[in-house]
Design a protein around this ligand. Structure first.
Ligand code: F6P
Length: 345
């Protein structure tokens, strides 16, 4: 099952789990459609080798992924018993759940109810606890990096300040790595509240030195203006400050201050679509293979993680405790500061 928002590499996991289980142990594999919605509604289909042979590099997920289906709160009702009954009627010995923190929390609850679960961490945001990486992140960073390179050439032509807003929810991983990869001048992430005044000063300095300025800002970044914090307002938030995104908000602030023209781009779901990078295709394959090994060994209630170069696993309960944001001692953050990149504080 694939749950939550999609990302590049999901099909690589589906392929690896299916191929490993069938070829190693002759296991019968079933795909659950549309995440937990499929468990609620009993939407299953067999997965044979032929179903997964050509999907490795395809974006999205062949199983579909309902973003918000939670059997413990489905339109205000707890339908987890119905979902469990469907799983039992199917004769499931194990459920491999591929998803982000929300999906892992639900998976953990099912595991506690006696459905043997193995989790696989997915998200472009790279914000799952206890794993050094989630697959999807490298692909998103590649998209951000390319977008910044394109914005840089037009920024130079017109001597403008260009702002790129990335995804990432409450974590700054995508903006930090994408910005570093493409040489952004100013990097703004949720973990480091920024002052619009300092950002404006950095822009003036960059324009004087090189003719343009390139800003990469995470959607969850927020500004500290005097004593007031202008919060990060994610796309789903009804907060009017967030209309158009924090990048657009910053654009308006800077336009009132700078003599240079300022333009803002919100990259949006382009970061989530398309094929995985080779790194993500390999990582997703290793994760899927490792998940299959846990199933075959009967090790349940665990999520696959990456530790350095190797796969390991941790209890699902540990993953369900929160999210992983960028630490203030993170090497990429320290390097950015020492390279003279403005972090807005
Ligand atoms: O968690 C992945 C993510 O792409 C975030 O970076 C972003 O805030 C969110 O999902 C967007 O969700 P939706 O697809 O519901 O707009």
């Amino acid at each position: 099952m694939t749950g939550g928002g999609d990302c590049p590499g999901l099909n690589a996991v589906i392929r690896a789990v299916t191929q490993s289980l069938i070829l190693q142990a002759g296991v019968r594999v079933t795909g659950i459609e549309q995440g937990f919605l499929g468990l609620i509604e009993g939407r299953f289909r067999p997965l044979e080798l032929a179903d997964v042979t050509h999907i490795l590099g395809d974006g999205g997920t062949v199983l579909g992924a309902h973003n918000a289906a939670n059997p413990f709160d489905w339109h205000g009702e707890d339908v987890s018993a119905q979902a469990l009954a469907n799983a039992r009627a199917l004769g499931l010995d194990a459920l491999v759940v591929v998803g982000g923190d929300g999906t892992m929390r639900i998976a953990h609850r099912f595991d506690q109810l006696g459905l043997p679960v193995v989790g696989v961490p997915k998200t472009i945001d790279n914000d799952l606890l206890h794993t050094d990486r989630t697959f999807g992140f490298d692909s998103a960073v590649a998209v951000v990096s390319e977008a910044l390179q394109r914005l840089q050439t037009t920024a130079r032509s017109h001597q403008r300040v260009m702002i790129l807003e990335t995804m990432g929810r409450y974590a700054g991983w995508i903006a930090l790595h994408g910005g570093l990869a493409a040489g952004a001048d100013i990097l703004l992430i949720p973990e480091v509240p920024f002052s619009p005044h300092i950002v404006a000063e950095a822009c003036t300095h960059c324009v004087a030195r090189q003719g343009y300025a390139l800003i990469c800002i995470a959607e969850g970044a927020h500004a500290a203006t005097g004593k007031q914090i202008v919060r990060a307002h994610l796309p789903h938030s009804p907060d009017p400050l967030r209309l158009g995104g924090v990048g657009e908000w910053l654009c308006q602030q800077l336009e009132g201050t700078l003599t240079s023209e300022v333009r803002s781009t919100q990259l949006g779901h382009i970061q989530r679509g398309g094929p995985p990078t080779p790194f993500d295709a390999v990582l997703a394959t290793l994760f899927g293979w490792h998940a299959a090994q846990l199933v075959l060994q009967g090790q349940f209630g665990r999520m696959v993680v990456l530790r350095g170069q190797a796969c390991a696993s941790v209890p699902l309960v540990d993953v369900a405790q929160g999210i992983r944001t960028v630490g203030l001692n993170d090497p990429a953050l320290l390097a950015a500061r020492d390279l003279g990149i403005c972090l807005g504080n």
